[in-house]
Design a protein around this ligand. Structure first.
Ligand SMILES: [Fe+2]
Ligand SMILES: [Fe+2]
Length: 179
C-alpha cells in the first residue's frame, strides 16, 4: 500500500519535530552542566538521545513504506533558563506539543485508513503518555522542594540514577558501568 502523500509529508515533519525535541533537550542538558545539578544534566542528555531514537524510528518507517525522506533544518533551541523548575516546565510543554502532533498524525492515518501507520502512532501515543507523566511527576516534586538546596539535591541524585527507558538501545556515557 502506497503511503498517502499527506501522511508522508506529516511523517517527514515528525522526523524534524523529534530532532527538534532532541536538540531542545540537549540544550537543557548543556544548561544543567553549568549548574551543580549533574543528575538533571544526565536526565536531559538521556532524554535528548531518546528523541533522536524517535526521529530514527519515523525515518525507518518512511523508508520501509517506500516513501521519500525529506530532511529540514532544525530550529535553534532555547539555551537560557531561570531554574530547574523552568526547565522541567518547558520540557512538559514540549511533550504536550509533541503529543498533539502525533494525535493529529493519527487522525490523518485514520482518515486515509492506513492501519499500519495507526499502529506505529499508537506506540508513540503510549510513549507520550509515559513521558508526560514522568516529567509531570518530577515537576510536582521540584515545586514541593522549592528553594531548599537539600531537597533539590535529593531530586537531582534521583534524576541521575534514572535509567534510560528500555528499547532506547544501550547506555550513554553517563550510564556506562564504572562511569
Ligand atoms: Fe519523542
Ligand atoms: Fe518526548
Amino acid at each position: 500500500m502506497t503511503l498517502n502523500p499527506k501522511l508522508a509529508k506529516l511523517l517527514n515533519e515528525q522526523i524534524n519535530n523529534e530532532m527538534s525535541s532532541s536538540y531542545i533537550y540537549l540544550a537543557m542538558a548543556a544548561w544543567f552542566e553549568q549548574t551543580p545539578y549533574m543528575g538533571f544534566a544526565g536526565w536531559m542528555f538521556n532524554q535528548s538521545r531518546e528523541e533522536t531514537m524517535h526521529a530514527l524510528k519515523f525515518y525507518q518507517y518512511v523508508v520501509d513504506r517506500d516513501a521519500a525522506v525529506v530532511l529540514q533544518p532544525i530550529a535553534k533551541p532555547r539555551a537560557d533558563f531561570k531554574n530547574p523548575i523552568d526547565v522541567f516546565e518547558t520540557s512538559l510543554k514540549q511533550e504536550q506539543k509533541v503529543t498533539q502532533q502525533i494525535n493529529e498524525l493519527f487522525e490523518v492515518a485514520e482518515q486515509v485508513k492506513d492501519h499500519a501507520s495507526k499502529n506505529l502512532l499508537l506506540w508513540f501515543l503510549n510513549e507520550q503518555m509515559e513521558e508526560e507523566k514522568t516529567v509531570r511527576d518530577m515537576l510536582d516534586r521540584l515545586k514541593l522542594a522549592g528553594n531548599d538546596p537539600a531537597s533539590l539535591l535529593v531530586l537531582d541524585r534521583e534524576a541521575g540514577a534514572r535509567q534510560a527507558p528500555t528499547g532506547s538501545g544501550g547506555g550513554t556515557p553517563r550510564s556506562h558501568p564504572g562511569a
